[in-house]
Design a protein. Structure first.
Length: 411
């Protein structure tokens, strides 16, 4: 592809942003920065955009150094970096990458919108979980939007080279994110092939990127950290009563965040002291004994904390409108807020709601609970999924030495 001069590159970029529906206010900001960048390039005798030109520009104009790129920056500086990164991405891939759209639709092409709707129905008929369906639909929408950016508005011209070019845009994401995207695309291409939209089964030709769970060590909490976390909750306020009950359920039962959010009044059998629900991810029924502290925490919230709203969900937001938590809300903000209040370090480890599930499983392991039993308690269908928690118990690892002679034996 012929390299375009900066002024032509920015002209094409402007048209792409307009296609994507960027607001006039955003366009004014970008146009102002582009004019400043063109003046900067002209003063330095540069006709073409390079990464070095962009870095020199933000250094001279906004005092942002290359060392700052990997740090958490104020919103204003982050936006300045976004300007030059957008230009570099567009120059390389002819697409706007890493867009985060919370309240806007990804697709603008009517043909692709209709395809996306059919794909969603395909996923529903396959009985994929709601979360999985949302991932598949969203990630396939980003792919179709990439096609539109390349001037491709039908699938009859789709080739493996185009697919591979899109996969290259995922460079820089974690292996897990790349794996999830490829899995979504594989399902999407299988759908296109089965409905006869494409004559080639591209799903079979997709690269395999396997980010094994066993390659990472899950984040867990120490007993002292959990005490600090729970101690930071104001259990006298309505919101504190809710948060205390949510976090206690996660700690005691190791339930997934989605299952906690979906808990309804009917899930609690107070006569039998049991909690019964169907897991959102595996669709498997679960019945757990309702331990006293969890039961009393839920009762305290229902009687003295929960807003008077007509919803079957137990836990709701405490800001108007008082609705249940959204599907995309992982409740990590609750954990972060109480970590900050308790002065617990957030460095190195992930400390979201799922880490409480990890912690519960590791505690069971420390108490010599067999893996199949732990799998049943936390709702894993496969003990291989549970085995990842072995790595948090260094004493157990020490009991599993490798037979090095077996490993390096030469026939």
């Amino acid at each position: 592809m012929e390299k375009k001069q900066l002024k032509d590159l920015l002209s094409d970029l402007e048209q792409e942003l307009l296609r994507l529906g960027y607001t006039e206010g955003s366009m004014k900001f970008y146009r102002r920065r582009w004019e400043q960048l063109k003046d900067f390039a002209e003063n330095h005798g540069e006709l073409y955009y390079t990464e070095q030109l962009g870095m020199d520009f933000v250094l001279e104009r906004f005092a942002i150094t290359q060392d700052d790129f990997g740090r958490t920056l104020p919103q204003a500086q982050t936006q300045e970096l976004r300007v030059i990164r957008m230009i570099g991405d567009f120059q390389m891939h002819h697409a706007i990458l890493r867009r985060y759209l919370k309240h806007r639709q990804i697709l603008t092409d009517s043909f692709f919108i209709e395809t996306s709707n059919r794909f969603q129905q395909f996923c529903v008929k396959k009985e994929y979980s709601k979360v999985t369906t949302e991932h598949y639909v969203k990630q396939s929408a980003y792919f179709m939007d990439y096609l539109a950016a390349q001037g491709i508005h039908r699938f009859d011209s789709l080739t493996l080279n185009i697919i591979n070019a899109y996969i290259r845009t995922l460079a820089g994401f974690t292996h897990k994110t790349v794996e999830q995207n490829i899995c979504s695309l594989r399902t999407f291409f299988r759908f296109l092939y089965q409905e006869g939209t494409v004559p080639t089964d591209f799903a079979e030709k997709m690269p395999m990127v396997k980010a094994r769970k066993q390659t990472t060590i899950p984040s867990v909490w120490t007993h002292e950290e959990l005490q600090q976390l729970i101690g930071a909750i104001d259990r006298g306020s309505p919101k504190g009563k809710r948060d205390y009950a949510i976090i206690l359920i996660a700690c005691r039962f190791g339930m997934r965040c989605s299952d906690i959010k979906n808990l309804c009044f009917d899930n609690f059998n107070w006569a039998k002291n049991t909690l019964c629900f169907v897991q959102s991810k595996t669709k498997q029924p679960m019945e757990l004994p309702l331990v006293p502290d969890v039961g009393w925490a839920v009762i305290d919230y229902l009687k003295f904390g929960r807003p008077k709203v007509d919803s079957p969900r137990i836990f709701v937001r405490h800001m108007a409108p008082f609705l249940p938590f959204s599907e995309g809300d992982h409740l990590n903000q609750l954990i972060r807020a109480y970590m900050e209040k308790a002065h617990i370090s957030m460095l190195k480890k992930r400390r979201g709601m799922h880490s409480l599930r990890h912690t519960m499983a590791s505690v069971l392991l420390e108490k010599d609970t067999p893996l199949p039993v732990i799998s049943d308690i936390i709702g894993h269908l496969d003990t291989n999924s549970t085995a990842v928690y072995l790595k948090v118990d260094m004493n157990r690892l020490a009991e599993c030495p490798l037979d090095f002679e077996e490993v390096i034996r030469i026939e």
